[in-house]
Design a protein around this ligand. Sequence first.
Ligand code: MLT
Length: 262
Amino acid sequence: MQLTINELQVFTTGDKSNKPIIFVHGFPYDHTMWDKQIDYLKDDYYCVTYDIRGLGSSAIGDGQYTMESYVDDLLEIISELTLIKPVLCGLSMGGYMAFRAIERSQDTFSSLILCDTKAEADSDEGKLIRASKIKQINEEGIEAFVESFVPTCFAEDTIENRNDLFQSVLSKCKTNDSIGVKGALIAMLSRTDTTNYLSKINIPTLIIVGENDALTPPAVMKSLNESISNSKFVVINDSGHMTPIEKPAAVNEAIDNFLKEN
Ligand code: MLT
């Protein structure tokens, strides 16, 4: 079912009486990056996902977003849908939101799934890279930005050997509005460092990373596993940063096993 909550497009699949899972996508993608997981889990879980403000089919508004306002949106969807103790699953930017949502309101959630993400804020170098991306969008347009950025999220093997899949994701990303994409870059730049909170996370946590993730490599995610006491670490072979799209079967199995254990 598709519904609008606070100008955001929200998608629910499955029976509301089942355990809820809310999936939060990465940048510059949309809710469809979770299609394969939702298709796999929908008979046993109430699956909720949405397009983050400024991306996909959600409202763009004035393009002025912060990580804090993104988390406000997430918590409002949970409240509007009266989700009781959902599992929170986020990839990369969705993971940044998950860390801050847990820091703000750990009791809201039953467990946490972190895919290809990190708890650190942007370094000075990272902030300058965000600025150069905004400049690139202003000077060359959204399509040129997407063409230069999205390939860095995928394993070479995916780009070469499953080019149709890669091209369909690339095309979808190009349909995003440049105001929304620039707003998302600033929201990520605005995020706080949540590393000090990692030792306080006490809900069961699954950490998933692609073996060839160039943006948040296995070593970075292993340190999350070392800092979060009740956590499990899974490396997805032959995948880049976009594990749920690149290796859906392995990600589905990891999530299913984790949810059955917790
Ligand atoms: C993402 O996949 O959400 C982004 O690559 C995260 C980032 O740019 O920091």
